[in-house]
Design a protein around this ligand. Structure first.
Ligand code: MG
Length: 372
């Protein structure tokens, strides 16, 4: 079997499809890519055509090394390659008639635990999330519009802003109760002493983690925050490849890492990052803002590693999310929701076990051809 073409589609997400001379195809999703990634893929697909699609790691490394001078160390280039990589895994699973997790070494678990990213939360929203069965939620506490802030650019926290954050976390904790996991995101928008203040002030609320109290580029600053507090610290959604996580892990600068698998390198790379973290006893809580296809791709990695904690789900209240794709042979039927009681049951169909709902996606593009 040889690769004959790679095409992309932008409709309800960014999708990548690999075509072969045997008629078999594989489909992947990449996030934060869009037009930039589509152009990158157009520019490099000749490197894949004629190749054996089952040599996934070799093809990834071939393209990455060939484009190092064009920026393939991180960013959009890696994300474009990630989309191809995930499509290749789907294709490989279909070619060998096994689910992708089998090719990643098998599964540690059948269901993947999700946390609901809520942004802001109140009693009503908390009630809804808990009634859906979630046992973990995340809220945001950075607020560019907070009148207590010094100005738009300064990253130092004021006493008023700190108090507003503590009040917000206290009311979230009260709304969800003591037995539900609570993560809190600061989006890397504070300086080191401010990060320390917040992390220490939130210690009474038993957080699952405090996310990016400082920006992720300076590992030593992250380590300083971690060492100052009992609140677990988490980062990683904007890091790429194993190399992006090396310093963070070697210095044990965080308690939890959160690679975005459909962005940072794909399934092989996600698993390698998880394995690196495992030897430091650091769990993985992948960042995820993908549609169902990218989410299921992440689930195959989450199933295949021991140190999985929880996977993000970012589409609370989005009625289209479930319509974008159809699972092939879940334990549940296709008409049942993908997410049940806060978990995704790992699909056991060949490949990723999920297909795009192309009729629905064509509605989003007024009937235009999806892949070109
Ligand atoms: Mg975040």
């Amino acid at each position: 079997m040889k690769i004959t073409d790679i095409k992309t589609a932008q409709a309800g997400g960014f999708f990548i499809r690999v075509f072969t001379d045997e008629g078999l195809t594989g489909t992947g999703e990449a996030v934060h890519g869009g037009t930039g990634c589509a152009n990158i893929i157009k520019g490099m697909k000749s490197m894949f055509i004629g190749e054996d699609p089952l040599d996934i790691d070799r093809l990834f490394e071939k393209a990455r090394r060939a484009r190092i001078f064009d920026g393939a160390l991180a960013g959009n280039f890696v994300t474009a390659l990630t989309g191809i990589e995930i499509a290749l895994w789907d294709l490989a699973g279909k070619a060998l008639n096994v689910p992708v997790y089998r090719l990643l070494g098998g599964k540690f678990r059948d269901r993947i635990r999700l946390y609901a990213d809520c942004g802001r939360i109140n009693k009503e929203r908390a009630g809804k999330v808990l009634s859906m069965g979630f046992n973990a939620v995340k809220i945001d506490i950075d607020d560019a519009g907070d009148p207590n802030k010094l100005d738009h650019w300064n990253w130092s926290i004021t006493p008023g802003e700190l108090q507003r954050m503590v009040d917000q976390v206290a009311s979230a904790r009260e709304a969800i109760g003591s037995k539900v996991d609570l993560a809190v995101d600061m989006h890397g928008r504070y300086d080191t002493h401010s990060g320390v203040k917040v992390a220490c002030a939130l210690e009474p609320y038993n957080l699952m983690w405090l996310e990016e109290p400082v920006p992720p580029e300076n590992v030593d600053a992250m380590l300083q925050v971690k060492q100052s507090t009992r609140t677990p610290i988490c980062t990683g959604e904007n890091l790429y490849l194993r190399y992006g996580f090396r310093d963070l892990l070697e210095k044990q600068a965080v308690d939890i890492i959160m690679p975005d698998i459909p962005k940072c390198g794909g399934l092989s790379e996600g698993r390698k990052i998880a394995n690196m973290a495992e030897i430091y006893y650091i769990p993985l809580a992948p960042h995820n803002v993908s549609g169902p296809l990218g989410t299921i791709a992440s689930c195959h990695v989450c199933a295949s590693i021991p140190n999985f904690l929880v996977l993000e789900w970012h589409r609370l209240g989005d009625p289209n999310w479930e319509k974008i794709a159809i699972t092939r042979s879940l334990a549940t039927s296709a008409t049942e929701p993908l997410i049940q009681e806060g978990y995704i049951v790992l699909p056991d169909g060949p490949g990723l076990g999920i297909e795009l709902n192309e009729d629905f996606l064509r509605q989003l593009t007024n009937g235009a051809q999806l892949f070109d």
